[in-house]
Design a protein around this ligand. Structure first.
Ligand SMILES: Cc1cc2nc3c(=O)[nH]c(=O)nc-3n(C[C@H](O)[C@H](O)[C@H](O)COP(=O)(O)OP(=O)(O)OC[C@H]3O[C@@H](n4cnc5c(N)ncnc54)[C@H](O)[C@@H]3O)c2cc1C
Length: 385
């Protein structure tokens, strides 16, 4: 087994993208991924303009643009009437929209690209089971097809998700908490008049949001009072018809699930020769849909920092790589804060009219543009949230 000088642990969306960023900077890498197939379950949907800009740098935006669906407008709705609209078309060109694509499809396209441009760099069915950091190298134990192998590498990047083995092996604290908020979601045949637009409903019982999907479907996400263990399509349909003036046909459901939300951040993103990126470094609430995109920004910055440090010395100066943590940690905190504000806006309220008036005024004011920035991950380096 040939192992390059940088090993990426985890070939999810962030690990695969990390590989493409390192390749772009001329840094050889190996990705170790314990699965050998992509999870089909539904998670991320939104790809933000900032990510599409990075995709363009890497020469992969066309594949994504032709596979995904462009959302140019988002409406806020009381449940009975329209409160206002955010136009992403007024945002920075050329990506003045949010691209919707199922995470499984995103991972498939990234994997296809890795296999095409750096064949043999992705080792699947392989799990990192031990990590020992020495002065000049990192020793890894890797289980491949039930057989243990030892390998030495210069640097390890943990892109192994929220239950990161790499983070735990380094004893890095993952601080945060679960929010009380819980949701159910499901994909159903399109039944609204909103076409390619997203809609956020704010009835008094709590948020309902829906997004267009390919094949004339729509994804619905509904805030619930408590975690629902096994939501049925009928239950999801009832939540909708009981709260707002919209209805869906439960018989057209193609996916349904429930989820709780949380925020966590690692105390450190770099410990000597080992670095963390993506959910291994931070988990943010998926309401607002920014976690995977944030992981891609990590990967882009980390590859730039590593490339810059290689210019100084082949043995990367670890102190100089620390700039990665100082840049990405505040950004992760900001994204978590934005997601939290999103969630708070969607909570149940005894005074829905006050909330509706607030949203209506906001969307009529010049702050509408700031809201568009907020929802498209712009301005993360500015002073405001
Ligand atoms: C309901 C929901 C909706 C979401 N919607 C959005 C959205 O719209 N937009 C958005 O940006 N984000 C969204 N997210 C968040 C997004 O899904 C995550 O941020 C993203 O999956 C993180 O990617 P990752 O590669 O860091 O981690 P993961 O996707 O968890 O991938 C980690 C990989 O590491 C592998 N691995 C783990 N341990 C080892 C080991 N020891 N050895 C080898 N391999 C290992 C795993 O098999 C896995 O493939 C959503 C999340 C949820 C739950």
């Amino acid at each position: 087994m040939k192992i390059e000088d940088v090993v990426i642990v985890g070939g999810g969306p962030v690990g695969l993208f990390m590989g493409l960023c390192l390749h772009h900077r001329g840094i050889p890498f190996t990705i170790i991924e314990k699965r050998n197939e992509i999870i089909s379950g539904s998670r991320s949907l939104g790809i933000h303009p900032v990510s599409l800009e990075l995709f363009t740098e890497l020469g992969i935006s066309e594949q994504f643009l032709s596979a995904g669906l462009k959302v140019e407008r988002g409406h806020a709705h009381s449940g009975e009437k329209l409160l206002g609209t955010i136009n992403f078309t007024d945002c920075q060109q050329p990506f003045n929209f949010i691209l919707l694509l199922a995470q499984s499809e995103t991972e498939r396209l990234l994997k296809e690209r890795i296999n095409e441009i750096v064949p043999d760099s992705l080792i699947e069915n392989a799990e990192v089971t031990a990590l020992d950091q020495q002065d000049d190298f990192v020793k890894l134990d890797i289980l491949i097809d039930g057989k243990s192998h030892s390998a030495e590498t210069g640097y390890v990047i943990g892109c192994d998700g929220k239950n990161s083995f790499v983070r735990d092996a380094l004893g890095i604290h993952f601080r945060g908490e679960k929010y009380p908020d819980t949701y159910v979601m499901g994909d159903f045949a399109e039944s609204t008049e909103f076409g390619k637009d997203a809609v956020v409903y704010l009835p008094k019982e709590g948020l309902i949001e829906c997004f267009p999907l390919p094949e004339n479907k729509r994804r619905w996400v509904i805030k619930t009072d408590a975690y629902v263990e096994n939501p049925t399509p009928k239950l999801i349909a009832d939540y909708i018809s009981n709260r707002i003036s919209a209805s869906i046909d439960p018989d057209t459901c193609t996916m349904h699930s429930s989820f709780g939300v949380q925020h966590f951040i690692a105390d450190r993103f770099i410990v000597d020769r080992v670095l963390l990126a993506g959910d291994a470094a931070h988990v943010v609430s998926p309401i607002g849909g920014q976690g995977m995109n944030l992981g891609w920004i990590d990967a882009w910055h980390l590859a730039n920092v590593m490339s810059f440090c290689r210019g100084i010395s082949k043995d990367l100066p670890i102190a100089d790589m620390f700039v990665y943590e100082t840049k990405q940690k505040p950004m992760a905190k900001k994204v978590a804060k934005r997601a939290e504000l999103n969630m708070k806006l969607g909570r149940a309220t005894s005074f829905p009219a006050v909330k509706h008036q607030f949203v209506k005024s906001l969307l009529k004011s010049p702050l509408q543009n700031k809201m568009a920035e907020f929802f498209t991950m712009r301005g993360l380096e500015s002073w405001w949230i």
